[in-house]
Design a protein around this ligand. Structure first.
Ligand code: URA
Length: 442
C-alpha cells in the first residue's frame, strides 16, 4: 500500500479501509507522508465525503496517534478529591465564541472536574487557546502530569494540543486551515471526537454551531454532524450530548482575543450578554447533569446562576489563570491589557431595525485585522478585533455608533470600517432577536 493508492482511491470516490486510514494517519504523524500528499487526501475527503465507518476509523486512528489520557485512572490511584466523572465540552467553532472561558470555570466551581484541551483559531473562527494566551504569562502548553495535577488540585485545567494527545489532529487541523478544507462533517467530527477521546473525559457536551458564522450553515447539516459525533461517542463509550446553537450573528459583542477575554471576565462577574448567557447556561446545565450534580436541567441552571452571583465562578477562573502562570492582576484590572493603537467608531447611516450582522464577514474581518491566521505560521495580534454595540433586532437612529474597529494598521482602517458598516443590514421593518438555543440531540 502507498499513499498514492490511497489518494487515488478517495479521489475516485471509493471507500477507504481501516488499514488504509491507519496507514495515512501513522505516516502523516511520523512525517513519512508529506504535507502536499496529506493536503491532496484531505481535499479528496472534503470533496467526496466519508462513510460512517470511515469517519469512525479516522477518529479512532487520530485518537490513537498519541497517548490516551486516563485521567480517571490516575485519580483512582490517588486520594479522590473529585468524583469519577470528567465532563468535557467542545464547540464546532464560531465568531465571538468565548463560551469555554466562562462555562468551564463555572462548571468547575460546581465541583465538577474539567480537563480541557482547546484549539487555536480555525478559518474565520477564533480559538480558546489563542484567547487564553492573551493573558500575560498563561501557559497553554504544560506537560501531562501538570495537566492532571491541576485538575486534581483545583478541579480545572485548560491547555492547548501541545501534549502528545491526538497529534494527528493537530497536524491535520493546521493543514485544513491553510488549504480551505474546514467545513466537512467527517473532518470536523473526527477532529473533535479524537481529541475528546484522547483527553480522557467520559462525558461530553458539544456546542454544534449553526449559521453564517459556523461551519454548518443550516440545522440539517448541523444535525448530521451532531449525530455523527454522538455515534462515535457511543462506540468509544463516551456519553455525548449535542446542543445546536445559533451563530448567525457573532456571540456577545466582542470579537478578537483580548477583547473576548475582557468580555468573558465581565460575564463571570455577572455582566453577561443575553445570547452568551443562554449558551453558557444550556451547555452548563447539561454538563452538571451528566456529572450527576442534579438530574433536572432547570435546577442545574439555578445552581449555575448562583455560582456566578456569589463570585465562585470568577474566583475559579482567577485560580485557573494563576495555576497556569498567568498574571491575575489583568483580570481584576482589565485596563491593564494592551490596547490597539486605533479604536475607531463606525456610525449608522440610517435609522431602522438591525436585520442581520453576518458573523462570517465579521470573523474574516477580525482575521484580516490580525486576530486570526491566514497561514499556519502567522503570529496573532492579541489586541485587535471588533466590538459591536448592537444585536439583531435592536433599533438604531442614523448617527448611532454600531461598533468599533480595534486595529494597529492605519492603512486598512477605512476599509475595515466600510466592511463593518456594509455587513450590518438595517431596514425599517421590525426584526425579532435571534433565537439562540435551537435544539438538543442526545
Ligand atoms: N473544532 C475542532 O476541534 N475541529 C474542527 O474541525 C472544528 C472545530
Amino acid at each position: 500500500m502507498t499513499i498514492l493508492d490511497i489518494i487515488e482511491k478517495k479521489r475516485d470516490k471509493q471507500e477507504l479501509s481501516k488499514q488504509e486510514i491507519e496507514y495515512f494517519i501513522k505516516g502523516y504523524t511520523e512525517g513519512t507522508i508529506a504535507d502536499y500528499q496529506a493536503a491532496a487526501l484531505v481535499m479528496a475527503i472534503f470533496i467526496n465525503g466519508m462513510t460512517k465507518e470511515e469517519t469512525t476509523n479516522l477518529t479512532l486512528a487520530m485518537a490513537n496517534s498519541g497517548e490516551i489520557l486516563d485521567v480517571l485512572g490516575v485519580f483512582g490511584d490517588r486520594p479522590k478529591k473529585h468524583p469519577k466523572i470528567i465532563v468535557d465540552k467542545h464547540s464546532t467553532g464560531g465568531v465571538g465564541d468565548k463560551v469555554s472561558l466562562i462555562l468551564l470555570p463555572l462548571v468547575a466551581s460546581c465541583g465538577v472536574p474539567v480537563a480541557k484541551m482547546s484549539g487555536r483559531g480555525l478559518g474565520f473562527t477564533g480559538g480558546t487557546v489563542d484567547k487564553l494566551e492573551s493573558i500575560p504569562g498563561y501557559k497553554t502548553g504544560i506537560d501531562i502530569n501538570s495537566f492532571i495535577q491541576n485538575v486534581e488540585n483545583i478541579g480545572i485545567s485548560m491547555i492547548s494540543q501541545t501534549l502528545n494527545l491526538a497529534p494527528a489532529d493537530k497536524k491535520i487541523y493546521a493543514l485544513r486551515d491553510s488549504i480551505s478544507c474546514v467545513e466537512s462533517i467527517p473532518l470536523i467530527a473526527s477532529s473533535i471526537m479524537s481529541k475528546k477521546i484522547a483527553s480522557g473525559a467520559n462525558k461530553i457536551v458539544l456546542d454544534v454551531t449553526v449559521g453564517s458564522g459556523a461551519f454548518m450553515k443550516d440545522i440539517e447539516q448541523a444535525s448530521k454532524l451532531a449525530k455523527a459525533m454522538i455515534e462515535i461517542g457511543e462506540l468509544a463509550n463516551r456519553e455525548t450530548v449535542c446542543v445546536l446553537t445559533n451563530m448567525d450573528e457573532p456571540l456577545g459583542y466582542a470579537v478578537g482575543n483580548t477583547l473576548e477575554i475582557k468580555e468573558a471576565v465581565e460575564a463571570l462577574k455577572g455582566n453577561m450578554p443575553e445570547d452568551v448567557k443562554q449558551v453558557v447556561l444550556e451547555l452548563g446545565a447539561h454538563m452538571i447533569k451528566l456529572a450527576k450534580v442534579t438530574d433536572n436541567i432547570e435546577d442545574a441552571k439555578e445552581i449555575l446562576i448562583q455560582k456566578i452571583e456569589n463570585g465562585e465562578a470568577f474566583n475559579k477562573f482567577v485560580e485557573l489563570v494563576e495555576n497556569q502562570g498567568g498574571d491575575t492582576s489583568y483580570l481584576t484590572d482589565l485596563d491593564k491589557f494592551e490596547k490597539a493603537k486605533y479604536i475607531e467608531p463606525v456610525y449608522s447611516q440610517k435609522s431602522g431595525y438591525i436585520q442581520k450582522i453576518n458573523a462570517e464577514t465579521i470573523g474574516k474581518l477580525a482575521c484580516s485585522l490580525g486576530a486570526g491566521r491566514i497561514r499556519k505560521e502567522d503570529k496573532i495580534d492579541m489586541a485587535v478585533g471588533i466590538i459591536l454595540n448592537k444585536k439583531v433586532g435592536n433599533y438604531v437612529e442614523k448617527g448611532d455608533c454600531l461598533g468599533y474597529i480595534h486595529t494597529n494598521n492605519e492603512n486598512t482602517l477605512e476599509e475595515a470600517k466600510q466592511t463593518l458598516l456594509k455587513t450590518i443590514k438595517i431596514e425599517e421593518q421590525e426584526k425579532e432577536p435571534i433565537k439562540t438555543i435551537l435544539k438538543t440531540i442526545s
